[in-house]
Design a protein. Structure first.
Length: 481
């Protein structure tokens, strides 16, 4: 029995879902967001342990000025004046520390400052630095211009790179292995190896940080509260704590609504799915997508997962820390033991006020967990807790030994693993950035061949807060008026 009827139902209350719902609601349409977690955007909402808040998903963003892409999108949503005051800029947004060879490199906000800083760190590579940053800036600004004009549709599939790979572009600019690692290291932010990433896609992700990296005071929770208030003012109904178990099709094969885990059926003229693409296949009757499209989705490779230490400590730096042993490990870490892989330490914007905790992120896969892929959601293999504790201890020891001058009195309060992310993000293999955006892949587009069914989220445009927001705008622009 149909309990309620809407013009648009958004499955998943993450960033892209909230953007899409807010734009639809502002057009006077009856809209509902269905989110299985207790809060909208649980990844950005974070959590608390022993009185310490952990900002789990909002490490930093960029291009937030009035003329920047993020600023432009926030202005279109009517949120710029509110959220701009919560943004905190860092002159140095990433500190990169290597053990072999021993060196420290600082990445400074702004194109000119970035070029100057890297040229000072690598004085023999000035031309290569200038050439690489010029290529990244050109691709980034082309993408920004197109998106501001028509939400990116004029670029066609945004995530397809028709040029060379990031790895090839880096090799063409420098022979220095340390500089190669520095220019490639932000693959840690989207989970695709440099050899499989196009320079264009890489530019669409890192260009915003190079332009003007910033963090959010109060963390992702402050950001989400602002969106929640705007959604309420626009009349959007939010159904948190409810899970969609089926996408419904009518006799013509059109998406006609959703069924919830409590048996309720909600009718809708349009449904937007922001969940992992492979999860969409489990929600849709098998006849909904063609066998070829189902195979294409199943063939998408997932971005990597992670082991994450949530800890409180005393920090002697502003900005984030990227820690690696050998330079090559920043590019190819897959065959290294977990304790030798690069670490990304996400530091809170409120560090001066002593607020929040740090997230120590180590790339990992489900295969790293002994027996991890053999059981379903919510289950943990025998010996899991012992394995998790051992990994946490080894990573903590390494951090203290290699960066004890920057991060003091580290106290671990919780640990997440690929199994945590598999269950929390409803991601089949625990990928924290949905599917990879690999060079040569056919990207997912918002409009599907099922009438009334649209896709959005990190797998559509790009990962991260800005990528998900772009996906929300792009998807909403495809929904018929």
């Amino acid at each position: 029995m149909v309990e309620s009827s809407y013009e648009t139902i958004v499955v998943g209350g993450g960033m892209s879902g909230m953007v899409c719902a807010l734009l639809q609601g502002r057009k006077g349409r009856r809209v509902a967001i269905v989110e299985r977690s207790a809060h909208l955007s649980p990844t950005l909402w974070g959590f608390e342990r022993s009185g310490t808040y952990f900002d789990t998903g909002f490490h930093y963003t960029g291009s937030a000025g009035a003329d920047g892409l993020l600023g432009h999108l926030l202005d279109r949503l009517g949120l710029y004046d509110t959220l701009a005051t919560a943004l905190s800029t860092w002159d140095v947004f990433d500190h990169i520390r290597l053990q072999e060879p021993s060196c420290n490199v600082r990445l400074t906000r702004g194109w000119q400052a970035m070029e100057q800083g890297l040229s000072e760190s690598f004085p023999d590579e000035r031309d290569g630095v200038r050439g690489f940053l010029g290529s990244v800036r050109s691709a980034w600004e082309q993408g920004c211009t197109a998106f501001k004009q028509d939400f990116g549709r004029s670029l066609g599939p945004l995530s397809v790179g028709d040029g060379g790979s990031l790895h090839e572009a880096v090799l063409a600019c420098t022979d220095d292995p340390v500089l190669q690692a520095v220019l490639s290291c932000h693959g840690l932010l989207y989970g695709t190896p440099a050899r499989e990433t196009s320079l264009r896609f890489h530019s669409l992700v890192v260009g915003s940080y190079y332009e003007s990296a910033c963090a959010v005071r109060g963390g992702g929770r402050a950001w989400i509260k602002c969106f929640a208030d705007a959604l309420g003012a626009a009349g959007v109904e939010t159904r948190c704590g409810q899970e969609v178990v089926r996408l419904c099709l009518d006799e013509r094969g059109r998406c006609s609504g959703v069924e919830l885990d409590d048996g309720q059926c909600l009718a809708a003229a349009n449904c937007v799915c922001t969940v992992h693409p492979k999860a969409v296949l489990t929600l849709l009757p098998k006849g909904g997508f063609s066998p070829a499209f189902r195979r294409r989705i199943m063939g998408l490779e997932e971005s990597f997962s992670a082991v994450v230490l949530f800890a409180r400590c005393r920090l002697n730096l502003r900005g984030n820390l990227i820690l690696a042993g050998r330079a090559e490990s920043l590019i190819g870490w897959q065959d290294l033991p977990i304790e030798e892989r690069p670490l990304f330490v996400s530091c809170p914007a409120d560090v001066d006020a002593g607020l929040g905790g740090v997230s120590v992120i180590c790339p990992a896969t489900l295969a790293d967990v002994p027996g991890g892929g053999d059981q379903g959601r919510g289950h943990r293999p025998q010996g899991y807790e012992s394995w998790k504790g051992g990994v946490a201890d080894r990573l903590s020891d390494r951090l203290s030994a290699c960066a004890g001058d920057l991060i003091e009195d580290l106290e671990i309060l919780d640990v997440a693993t690929p199994l945590t992310f598999r269950d929390w993000l409803n991601s089949p293999e625990g990928g924290i950035y949905a599917t990879q955006h690999r060079r040569g892949d056919m990207p997912l587009l918002p409009q599907t061949r099922v009438p009334g069914l649209f896709l959005s989220g990190q797998a559509v445009v790009a990962p991260g807060v800005l990528g998900a927001m772009c996906a929300g705008f792009l998807t909403e622009s495809c929904i018929p008026s």
